[in-house]
Design a protein around this ligand. Structure first.
Ligand SMILES: [Fe+2]
Length: 322
């Protein structure tokens, strides 16, 4: 596939100091770079310079979500492909986002602000207190806060999940792995990936429906006990847990959702099936097993989970007048 993997997300945050404190001290991410109004973060085994960027802003929003393409020629190929599909693209010059080369940015039909990039600085630990004896550990095994291993996925709310999934698969080439449908075949959610993860991006129907929004970003921990441990760490730090721990029957992953200080929803999770088949056919979940898909242990999400998200920083290019 021409897209290799989900790379990072940029969150605009209304309270940079509080969000920085949460993501470093409580969640246990590491700062790889910092400017007056931005903090670049990564988990201890994230290989690249950053998997999350916090940018100070008046209101919390999603800045962009970024995918690394599979080779240096793919960026211009995507520009041609997207332009031919009627998608307005613009370039962000290499270095303007620290640790990253040129970025090709555009919005999906639902307004999701995507970025594609190829050049990415690989993290080299320069802090002796954080460097590891193990060549496979770009940073010493995490021991601060929740200490997730790596960035995992990003989820969105949209009004038309079917149309957004089809565009994401047909135009970006991201494989459709499994989906939920109502009795009248209304698409309630779709989960997609460019690699063998159960999903890197989810597109869920906004029950509102009041438009598109970022639903959450997720980091991966190694085991269920680490999810339980995370819940206690969050409670001790007055972080509101919105839902979980529970188990999504769809992916088989154990989840925990909570809100960081600037209002973005964050998840830590573990498990989840892997996909290896080159001819994978999406799995359909219908209404009869909907509850098992949400949480096979029986809990139901609060209403806020089905309707609340944070907005996108820029209006959808597709919605702008020509
Ligand atoms: Fe980026």
């Amino acid at each position: 596939m021409p897209i290799a993997h989900l790379g990072h997300a940029e969150l605009l945050v209304s309270d940079l100091d509080s969000s920085r404190d949460f993501f470093t001290r409580v969640l246990g991410l590491y700062v790889s770079d910092e400017t007056d109004d931005q903090v670049y973060l990564r988990a201890w085994q994230d290989w690249e310079h950053h998997t999350l960027v916090l940018t100070q802003a008046t209101e919390s929003a999603l800045g962009h979500t970024a995918w690394r393409v599979a080779g240096p020629d793919q960026l211009s190929e995507y520009e041609r492909l997207l332009t031919a599909a009627g998608v307005e693209c613009h370039w962000v010059e290499g270095g303007s986002e620290l640790g990253q080369g040129d970025g090709l940015r555009f919005s999906s039909p639902a307004g999701i602000p995507h970025e594609l990039y190829w050049e990415a600085a690989r993290h080299v630990e320069t802090d002796p207190a954080l460097s590891s004896r193990l060549p496979s550990h770009p940073t010493r095994f995490g021991s601060t806060g929740v200490a997730p291993r790596r960035f995992d996925h990003i989820n969105f709310l949209v009004d038309d999940a079917l149309a957004e999934q089809q565009w994401t698969t047909d135009v970006l080439g991201i494989r459709h792995n499994y989906y939920l449908e109502n009795e009248d075949n209304t698409r309630l959610g779709s989960w997609l990936s460019s690699n063998n993860l159960s999903h890197e991006i989810a597109i869920m129907r906004n029950r509102g429906p009041n438009g598109s929004a970022l639903h959450h970003v997720a980091y991966f921990v190694d085991s269920p006990d680490q999810v339980v441990r995370a819940a206690t760490i969050l409670a001790e730090n007055e972080i509101r847990i919105e839902w979980g721990p529970g188990t999504h029957g769809t992916s088989g992953a154990i989840f925990l959702y909570f809100l960081e200080p600037s209002g973005h929803r964050v998840e830590v999770w573990t498990g989840g099936f892997l996909l290896f088949a080159p001819d994978w056919e999406p799995i359909r979940w219908d209404r009869s097993v909907f509850q098992l898909g949400l949480d096979l242990w029986g809990s139901t999400p609060p209403e806020s989970f089905m309707t609340r998200g944070t907005p996108f920083a820029a209006p959808a290019l597709a919605d702008r007048p020509a």
